[in-house]
Design a protein around this ligand. Structure first.
Ligand code: COA
Length: 124
């Protein structure tokens, strides 16, 4: 799987604004969720990652639930995320965790594959 690299200044910005959820095991990081805000209003999960050998043990779901609680407390109605169109595994994870596929867009020369977007409603 190809991970979309983010620039160091962007990572530092997200850390500065506490836009990370970290999963720790005995103080060692085993996963993270990084987010920002679409239109400055809608929480947008940029990336969720769990250490490969610890996947399918509920860590990703726990980070998502923690983030959801944080975002609800911030007044969010919906969550957004996206994935490269040819990555079926994370898309299956998103769907099984309440995200609904809304559509795909081409990002032109920035990225050859389309990006698919998901929404999770928090108001039900
Ligand atoms: C996507 C990712 C964060 C999921 O984290 P995880 O800790 O492995 O997932 P969880 O154990 O919390 O999964 C919870 C449930 O989601 C579903 N699920 C998890 N992975 C799945 C997959 N590959 N396909 C289908 N369903 C999946 C299952 O229902 C699972 O429960 P179950 O194992 O009891 O059936 C992890 O696989 C990962 O780091 N992938 C690489 C990075 C990536 O692609 N990130 C997303 C793109 S931004």
């Amino acid at each position: 799987m190809a991970y979309r690299a983010r620039s160091t200044p962007w990572i530092e910005r997200c850390i500065f604004h506490s836009e990370y959820v970290l999963a720790l095991n005995s103080n060692e990081p085993i996963g993270f969720l990084r987010y920002s805000w679409f239109w400055g209003k809608i929480p947008y999960m940029e990336m969720i990652f769990v250490t490969p050998e610890l996947r399918r043990s509920g860590i990703g779901r726990q980070m998502l639930q923690h983030w959801e609680t944080l975002m609800l407390a911030n007044g969010a109605d919906v969550l957004m995320t996206s994935s490269v169109i040819d990555e079926p595994e994370p898309q299956a994870w998103h769907k099984s965790n309440g995200f609904q596929l809304q559509g795909a867009i081409s990002l032109g020369s920035f990225q050859p594959e389309s990006e698919v977007f998901f929404i999770k409603s928090l108001s039900q």
